[in-house]
Structure formats: C-alpha cells, structure tokens
Design a protein around this ligand. Sequence first.
Ligand code: ADP
Ligand code: S3P
Ligand code: MG
Length: 256
Amino acid sequence: MIASRRAARQAGPPVTAPKPAPPTHRVLPVGEESHTHNPTEVEASKKAKQRRKRRRRGASRVPDRAIVFVGPMAAGKTSLGRRVAKELAVPFVDSDVLFVREHGAITDFFAAHGEPEFRRIEAEIIAAELAKPGTKILALGGGAVLTESTRQLLAQYPTILLMTTQDAVLRTANLSRRPLLRDDPSAWGRILAERKPLYLEVANVTFRTDRAGKEQLTKRVVQWVKAYGRKERANARRSTTERGREVSMDEKKERE
Ligand SMILES: Nc1ncnc2c1ncn2[C@@H]1O[C@H](COP(=O)(O)OP(=O)(O)O)[C@@H](O)[C@H]1O
Ligand SMILES: O=C(O)C1=C[C@@H](OP(=O)(O)O)[C@@H](O)[C@H](O)C1
Ligand SMILES: [Mg+2]
C-alpha cells in the first residue's frame, strides 16, 4: 500500500486525455456562466449577465408583496396574470387553482356544498396567500370581492381590475368550468352589474381585455406595476426623510 502510494507520487499527477476544444459557435443558454476566452462566448456571457442585471433591477421596482388581479368571470385574470408574472419573473398564484387542488372541481363543489361554503373557503385561501411574504401575482376568482373581509385586505395591495364585455366573453371563454354561467351564459351581464361597485372599490387601476391583444396588455400591465413600485418606494423614502427631520427638530427643541 505504502509502496504503491510512493510509486504513485513518483509517477506524478494522473495523466488525463486532453479536453476537446470548446465549440466556437455555441450559443449559450440564457444565464449560463462561461469561463472561456472565445470571443463569441465572452460576448454571449456578457449579454446573459446584462439580462440578469436588468431582471434584478426590474424586480426591485416591483412592490414587495402580492399584486392582485380581480374582475368578472373570463375577463382574463388567470391568463393575463400568468403572462405578467412570467414577464416580471415572479411567482404566479391563482386562488381557484389552490381551491381545486384541495377540494376538487368548482362546479362539483357548488353542486355538493353550495356557493356560501365555496366563498368561505375561497376567502380563507386568499387571506392565507396574502399573508405570505414576497412579490407574486395573485389572480382571484370573479366572485372573491363579494366577501367583505377580502375587500378589506385588498386595500393594502396593488389591485388590478380586468374588465371586458359579455360579447367578448361569449366569443372566447370556456364556460363549462364556471358554475354560475354554465346553464345561463347571459347571466354574465347581470352578475357584473351587481359586482361592479365592489370591483371599483378595491381596484387601483382598470384595463380592458376586449380592446387589446394579450401581448400588448401584458406590456401595459407590467409598466403599470413597475411605475406603482417606483412611486411607492419614492413615497417611503420621502416619509423616512420627513420622520428624520421631525426627530432632529424635536432634539433641537430639547437642547434649547
Ligand atoms: N386580451 C386578453 N387578455 C386575457 N385573456 C384573453 C384576452 N383575449 C382573449 N382572452 C381569452 O379569454 C379567456 C379568459 O380566461 P381566463 O384567463 O381564465 O379569465 P378569468 O381568470 O378572468 O376567468 C381565455 O380563453 C383567454 O385566452
Ligand atoms: O365569478 C364567480 O363567482 C366565479 C368565478 C370563477 O373564477 P374566474 O373568474 O377565474 O372564472 C370561479 O371562482 C367560480 O366559478 C366562481
Ligand atoms: Mg381565473
């Protein structure tokens, strides 16, 4: 054993086969590190770094809590919310998806337990999700605003209302998964009329989803979210400075 170790020391480091030269025109996947001096790869790595920096800067402008989507059934909360989350590189959560995961299909649940029980569990799911820290996009079901405790909670979160028309909904949406529309699609307008004041009460901004494509809307909503975050940060900085000034004024008075 000792002899063989000595022999190994004398033999020097193990000889390995030379590594194959890196391919010269490999396009690096986004975010992959590179330690090569190949000019193409160095350039690609620089661009990936810049992209990551931009994303970090973008994320830092976004409010540090949930950004909530509300609005009538099939207005686009789930589909647009998911796109906006992807663009901002933050998690996406849908309260209906959380409900279905725990309690099964919403239509079946309505039939077996009724709407009030659905609303009770829905409100619990939303409150629990809002209580978790961190930035995320949270899409609610269309009737979530019927619950007063949910409306009160939403006052503390940037809330985006997506609005559309019955014609657009009947053209595009799959109504079979929505128990309130399944048997009577034209109930959409009546339900909206009842809920509209509640949507307006909780919303900070409204976007129409029947007047623009998903891509354009995603960009506009992302811009709004970033602007909201910037304003909020500027206000927080201003009030900290003002508080600082108040303290120093008090100290001054005490010294006099
Ligand atoms: N501009 C748009 N923004 C969002 N959704 C749209 C738009 N145009 C059409 N749609 C379609 O409308 C439907 C909205 O469904 P969904 O996102 O589930 O709405 P909600 O979650 O508000 O009930 C989807 O089929 C979606 O593809
Ligand atoms: O408006 C409503 O009362 C409902 C809307 C649905 O969500 P979407 O608004 O995502 O369709 C879902 O929560 C449930 O079917 C009840
Ligand atoms: Mg939805």
